[in-house]
Design a protein around this ligand. Structure first.
Ligand code: ZN
Length: 445
């Protein structure tokens, strides 16, 4: 019986490459004589090649070596390229800037009532946007750590005792990290400043410390001893904080007093070793922003504009103004940022805990439909709309607007949910994809 097989020059079968097909079967004992002419030819070619090479280089030809050439070395695989940590440069980060907190003094630009702070933290919690440490933000900004698509950083300037007495319990309750920016001449001083012990206690619960100058003066002012003075304001104050709290416990982050800086201050900050600088420009602290000129939303005690702006992200849906008006107890269905597996959801807002709603002024808008004929029941306080046309879009936004007695502006609640189109499609349970059923004739007709 004749078999075909592929063999190498040692007569062993091989799997691939340039192959010699042996046209007939043979046993091992007869392979060697057959191979001899081939081996002789190979040696001859090798020798001729070497002679030719030697002739080219005008050197005496070497005596050909008869030994078989060493097997070709397999080159090592290329070294693995270390790509470093993956980070998300598209992330949207809002840095919130607070100052003082008080339950007894009137609210102002600088002073926030703890109830308002709590409402804001509750809103952040419900929005599910994570609050991250400033140190994590720093790592992200310098390409060393990832951050989620959207995140919030909480900062408090100056070192007011209200941070410890009013805000710290709330931050702790919500588990939100925060950072404080201290200026040397106010730390541990009289009046309403934080003490070192209070700061240390807060540091043990997620508080980080950064620098806010030595004197809190406007650093852009001209003065005769500017160089020495700036040295003290930027470098001296940082050294003071490090000697007080430990080098590793002070962030290389500088908050400009009054948000004021110029090119000279930027140079000074870089020279002093600061990696981030916080301004008061109300904008997102995006990855592309210069590290020493980061935007920050200063949160005022009597106006929510900056807070609303800070909490407006691509995926954020609850309107902060609603939460700040005491509307945090509005249950929504489908839930905010939830996913439904129907194109015909019943959309509901339980407004029973909101007092004084004008029943005639309640409206609902649903993306794709515009204003919809929703039903508000003043007795139960429930508002609902049953979709009758299938939702076509994957993401659905809902806007409920209503007027409360005694309020100048209408309140709005905004939220969104999504439709799991894949599940509907693959399960075949999507009514929008089903053929219209043919009505069977009525009996007797
Ligand atoms: Zn300040």
């Amino acid at each position: 019986m004749t078999a075909r097989m592929t063999i190498d020059c040692y007569g062993e079968p091989i799997a691939s490459g340039v192959q010699w097909v042996q046209p007939f079967a043979m046993d091992r004992s007869c392979r060697f004589p057959l191979l001899l002419p081939w081996c002789a030819l190979a040696v001859c070619f090798t020798a001729c090649d070497k002679v030719w090479e030697a002739g080219r280089s005008h050197e005496a030809p070497e005596v050909p070596v008869v030994a078989p050439p060493p097997p070709p070395e397999i080159p090592p695989p290329p070294a693995k390229v270390e790509s470093g940590p993956v980070f998300n440069p598209q992330a949207q980060i809002s840095i919130l800037g607070y100052h003082d907190f008080s339950a007894t003094r009137p609210s102002s630009d600088m002073v926030i009532h703890p109830d308002r702070l709590r409402a804001q933290m509750e809103l952040i919690r419900r929005s599910r946007i994570p609050v991250v440490r400033m140190s994590d933000y720093l790592l992200w900004k310098t390409g060393r750590k990832n951050l989620p698509e959207e995140a919030i950083v909480i900062t408090c300037d100056d070192g007011w005792e209200g941070v410890y007495t009013e805000a710290f319990p709330i931050f702790k309750e919500y588990g939100f990290p925060f950072s404080i920016y201290l200026y040397q001449s106010y730390l541990g001083g009289s009046g309403r400043s934080l003490s070192v012990d209070e700061i240390r206690e807060m540091m043990a619960h997620g508080c980080e410390v950064g620098c806010h100058s030595a004197s809190h003066d406007d650093l852009t002012r001209t003065r005769p001893d500017l160089d020495t003075w700036l040295q003290q304001e930027l470098t001296g104050s940082l050294e003071f904080l490090r000697s007080t709290f430990g080098v590793e416990n002070v962030l290389p982050v500088f908050a400009y007093p009054y948000g004021k800086y110029n090119s000279r201050i930027l140079e000074g900050c870089a020279g002093a070793g600061y990696e981030l600088g916080l301004t008061v420009a109300p904008k997102k602290a995006a990855h592309g922003e210069p590290n020493l000129e980061l935007g920050r939303f200063i949160i005022h005690g009597d106006d929510d504009t900056n807070f609303n702006q800070a909490l407006t992200f691509k995926g954020t849906v609850i309107n902060p103004s609603a939460a700040l008006s005491g509307l945090t107890d509005v249950a929504l269905r489908p839930g905010n940022q939830s996913m439904v597996t129907t194109r015909f959801p019943r959309i509901e807002a339980d407004l029973s805990k909101v007092q004084g709603i004008d029943p005639n002024g309640v409206t609902m808008r649903v993306s794709g439909f515009g204003e919809v004929p929703c039903i508000y029941d003043p007795e139960s306080g429930r508002l609902h709309f049953q979709t009758v046309e299938p939702l076509r879009a994957r993401n659905v936004q809902v806007l409920v607007r209503f007027q409360r007695k005694g309020q100048e502006k209408a309140d709005t609640i905004k939220w969104s949910f999504s439709v799991d189109l894949e599940k509907l499609y693959f399960e075949g349970s999507d009514p929008a994809m089903q053929p219209v059923p043919v009505k069977s004739p009525e009996p007797g007709s």
